[in-house]
Ligand binder design. Sequence first.
Ligand SMILES: [Zn+2]
Length: 275
Amino acid sequence: MSTNAELQEAVAAAQKSDIVLMNGFVDEDGDIHDDVVLREMLHPEEKILGSKKPDIEKVLRNCIIRLGPYTDPMEIREKVWPQLVKGDGDHLLIELRKLSLLNGNVYTFGAVCPLKRGGCGRETSEEFDLSEVGFVDVPDPELRGRREFPFEIGKHTIKFRHLLMSDAKMIAEISKSEDDQLTKSLALRLLSVDGETVQEHMPKAKTELARLKGAVKWLNKVVPAWKYREHIRGELKRAMARPDIIVETDCEHCGRRFRHPMPIDPTFLRPSLEE
Ligand SMILES: [Zn+2]
């Protein structure tokens, strides 16, 4: 029996879960597909997670058996994945952990007391019960199928999009310096200014990173004011449903209470290595 046939057999026997996405995939006709069949992680995913640069996106993609009418892995990768919003991706990762690990609903991680907000910089062990995770829905159902968000700023019409799961790699890349991460994360979502797309504006930018740097400059020029940026961020956040992963921790060293998002990174999908 070939390895491929063995894997297919393992996939057929794997435990599966039906999930309804809060945002969903919007096809070219504007129809929303939100029903997903997810399978538990198997040995190929263990190999990916054990590598030096674990690709959490690939792990999740592998485990999507079906999304709406799409079952072909190539089609899921090329067509659906590039449009999957972060709120839905985080939702799927939470379900994948619960489905794949023994006691997968209990997630223990280190929460660092924030130095920048007057904390002590030390770590407190925090436990989150994933079976109790809540969701933040969009206030207006019409927002659910929207993927482009125009804003009138000064004399410009500026369009933004949601943060996507496929942005994760770029975000990891830009996270080296935390200070301008807010700006870069907004520039990443910039689609067009007065109908001119980022691609058209920077035809010479060859790499994604070069394009992002150009987009930051462009954003700084057309939306220089903080209050407008805050407004745009707020509206984009309101328009995307997402799991509520904000945790409140009491620092066990200095007693300070701080709020922070539960980290969903490659270690999120791995069992504890302590034995
Ligand atoms: Zn502290």
